[in-house]
Design a protein around this ligand. Structure first.
Ligand code: PMP
Length: 361
């Protein structure tokens, strides 16, 4: 087999080796059918079984009650930035947003195209190093309140999910879905681009409380209309069949590790290894406010961009790849999603220690 490396990419990101191997094994002939998953009809029995199992497993893993609809949609998380106002803006005509990072900001900008928006709190002027706090009086007339549970670029997360009372809470959980238990009943909608903790890119998993269906605007495109998609089991048009199949394999893998509760323990350990080292390091410095540190994306810097570059190059030579921070922030970012084994994090910390020893600051 080709040598694989530890891939710290923020997304598309590393997938479990056993999932890739199973897909490889089944690629030419799915369960002795003589055809591949990518060649079969989405309306056929074999694919419908895959689809139903994927929905079943996700509901089981996240403990999603039947009062929620699970959809596998096109267009990644970003298409939902527009689908949210198109499906939800109603009598109040206003969507509220918490601006805690680049994608939260993009969601807000898209929302503005379709109706009124209010930004209740923002940490933009402080380079998104923390998640801004906000409060609600309970009297606000908002059709929804949108948050981003984990900010992929800045390495921060909501430490607690807020209580928004009767205002439906809409959460972009692209970069921490399935990494820890989420209190489902606090949310109106949880959605997530698949390319971090689920499978290939291009797909979005949307978990929608059923009472939020049926509110879409007349001019909402059918593929983006959750009510249409819910009636059609995500198949108003041809769904991303390969992505759904890969998601199903990923869900099976996660279940075998003890589900979300099992992986959370490992994720806490992985993040602690990195943050404990960052806190004692004389060369590296974590960039996120410790209270809001993400367990999925660990962002850090050295004293200058030349040392950053040397570090990224040196790490790649040791098989620790894709550690460069996002282009808008620079520095480094280690994305340690569910499929990153603890051995990868140990190898990274070991390399950081030896790099520090040879670069005394
Ligand atoms: N939200 C978050 C938190 C993300 O990290 C990303 C992608 N990195 C997106 C939204 C956009 O996802 P997509 O590219 O699937 O549209």
């Amino acid at each position: 087999m080709e040598q694989r490396v530890f891939n710290f990419s923020p997304g598309p990101s590393t997938l479990p080796l056993s999932v890739l191997e199973k897909a490889q094994k089944e690629l030419l002939s799915y369960q002795h059918s003589g055809i591949s998953v990518v060649e079969m009809s989405h309306r056929g029995k074999a694919f419908l079984e895959i689809y139903n199992e994927a929905v079943f497993l996700l509901k089981e893993l996240m403990d999603i009650p039947d009062t929620y609809e699970v959809l596998f949609l096109h267009g990644g998380a970003s298409l939902q930035f527009s689908a949210i106002p198109l499906n939800l803006l109603g009598e109040n005509g206003t969507g509220a947003y918490i601006d805690s990072g680049n994608f939260a900001y993009q969601a807000l900008q898209e929302g503005k195209k379709f109706g009124k928006t209010v930004c209740l709190a923002s940490s933009r002027d402080e380079q998104y190093t923390f998640v801004p706090s906000f409060s609600l009086s309970g009297k606000e007339a908002y059709d929804y309140l949108h948050i981003t549970t984990n900010n992929t670029i800045y390495g921060t997360r909501f430490p607690d999910i807020p209580d928004t009372g009767t205002i439906p809470l809409i959460a972009d959980a692209s970069s921490n879905i399935l990494s820890e238990p989420l209190p489902i009943e606090k949310f109106g909608i949880i959605y997530a681009g698949a390319q971090k903790n689920i499978g290939p890119s291009g797909m979005c998993v949307s978990i929608i409380r059923k009472d939020l269906l049926g509110k879409a605007r007349e001019d909402c495109p059918a593929v983006m209309n959750w009510t249409v998609q819910a009636k059609a089991q995500s198949m108003y048009n041809t769904p991303s069949t390969f992505s759904i199949y890969m998601a199903k394999l990923g869900f099976e893998w996660l279940k075998s590790l003890g589900g979300v509760q099992g992986i959370e323990k490992i994720n806490i350990q992985k993040a602690k290894l990195l943050y404990d080292f960052l806190d004692e390091s004389t060369l590296f410095k974590g960039t996120a406010d410790p209270t809001y540190r993400s367990r999925m994306n660990v962002t850090f810097t050295t004293p200058n961009s030349e040392i950053d570059e040397q570090f990224i190059k040196g790490a790649a030579a040791k098989g620790l790849v894709n550690l460069k921070g996002h282009r808008v922030v620079g520095g480094m970012r280690a994305s340690i999603y569910n499929a990153m084994p603890i051995e990868g994090v140990v190898a990274l910390v070991d390399f950081m220690k030896s790099f520090e020893a040879s670069n005394p600051s």
